[in-house]
Design a protein around this ligand. Sequence first.
Ligand code: FAD
Length: 622
Amino acid sequence: MFGEEYDVIVVGGGHAGAEAAAAAGNMGSKTLLVTMNLQTIGQMSCNPAMGGIAKGQIVREIDALGGMSGIITDKSAIQFKMLNKSKGPAMWSPRAQSDRMRFAEEWRLALENIPNVDFYQEMVSGLLIENGKAVGVKSSLGIDIRAKSVILTNGTFLNGLIHIGEKQFGGGRAGEKAATGITEQLLQLGFESGRMKTGTPPRVDGRSLDYSVMTPQPGDAIPEKFSYLRTPVLTTQRDCFLTHTSELVHDVLREGFDRSPMFNGRIKSVGPRYCPSIEDKINRFADKNSHQIFVEPEGWDTVEVYVNGFSTSLPEDIQFKALRTVKGFEKVKFFRPGYAIEYDYFPPTQLKHTLETKLVDNLYFAGQINGTTGYEEAASQGLMAGINAHLKVNEKEDFILKRDEAYIGVLIDDLITKGTEEPYRMFTSRAEYRTLLRQDNADLRLTPKGYEIGLAKKERLIRMEEKELKSDSFVNFFRETSVKPEEVNPILDSVNSALVKQSDKMFKVFSRPKVTMDHMLQLEAVSGFVEENNLDREVLEQTEIQVKYSGYIAKEKNNADKLLRLENVKIPANFDYSDLKSLSYEAREKLNAIQPVTIAQAARVSGVNPSDISVLLVYLGR
Ligand code: FAD
């Protein structure tokens, strides 16, 4: 390793770093993963779960492209749920409870299985830069390692500062030291940095809890999984449990407020709005006398339990005393107290769509360093940075996903166009084309692209093509086949839908509200078609969505196509907006800073109005 030159060096083995190294390595780049502790590759810093609303869609997209997070999650899951199943399919979101230790172990094994990936355990304290290009890293022991590109995925480690009550100490996570040197060097190079904050709840001993007074939260009766490949489906699952805080719990917590770093000004940075600490919830929603606590096992075999909903940086004695007043926690024993952490991030408007920095060539940032929060957000950025670093080293075209193609496209475009001043997490509402960006069709949207760039394997493409072919032919079957009133009326009657008087196309009947695939399967012709063509659950689900939501899907596709025209109007690189006096002052300033590459991206920059876009279109001769 010493003296060798790599194609790609990935700094950090968290979710972003692991995906970045896997992508670059699998695509054929000679890759080095340098991380502070090889034992913590793929470590889940906070909750032992992957997916959830909008995040689950991201994991499926990572998988569809040929990334690893979905496979790792399937191999280490202890419970699976499809959230929002009562809503339309655009909202269905897979979520798995993971075995924390196995998740990390599976990541390590997966990376070790990639021959192109080398490992080195040390802290990177700086970058090697020559002529405005990143050419390697410098370790804290003073070792220089050269590479054609560098991806920084430092997570919460850059000048990390941990807070528990009045105590504060340097650290990247509890029990791990903070990383120094990189921020300082990047600032000297002209980068801008900021501080953010996040927090985590205490972990407790499951043997000390009384589950009999809590409500079990089982997984789905028929669990699904994340990967489109043949990964294991759960045959048994572990339950989570639900309990609640009470006025008494809140009163005990309030006793510690004067010692809280959140309230006495010691924590100055902004935390994740949608993952507030328990003290924040009590403070902000003073009228609520109870909050939910989800009691989540940390794995198959361990007794350690994650107390979801009780994130806190109050003094540990207060955390403990308050937790003992929660129903079922009267005899609780602590494994680890909760804490908050402040860390450096780099406003992501300093990046291009490839996640390469605008200031230094061949330097990429991915994950929490870009101001995001969450494993899925981090992993997807790592994947894209790994792909793009590999492509650039090989002088190939950039790989960019558009907003109508993937949540990953929405995420990166939001980050680099709008920036973020608080930890950014994905929501379905951030995507304007969420009917197109469903969890069920990530393979159809992205696997051909993943295959084309050389990441997704042939097996993946074949599976996807087979699914597409079969669901298309099943949809056609519904379009072409008629059904008689005497066959279909019992079904329509059972869902209180108006009866038909003459034969009608099955597609029309199936499109009616409340008529489901299960109903249609009661028709002999339909079940016969399924049997004859050997259609599996995935194909049935895909067909049902294609039939029932065809109108919405077509409308959204149409809207996306219209906008695509603006996506195709390119703005010259390094365009100087200062002289375009018909633009508002704010638009000139923001556009100069962001340097959008297309008119559509310019329209998404905050502070740029439709009138500014008209000016630009006229100027560009459109
Ligand atoms: P990380 O997972 O932090 O990984 C960074 C990696 O880089 C580590 O392996 C580290 O050892 C390595 N590293 C760092 N600097 C160097 C260096 N200089 N040299 C070598 N290696 C280095 N997310 C949520 O969605 N909700 C939450 O409520 C939430 N709470 C959190 C609470 C805490 C206390 C923490 C620490 C994180 C929390 N997160 C939460 C965030 C979640 O853990 C991250 O979003 C996710 O792990 C980010 O992935 P990453 O790969 O960017 O960084």
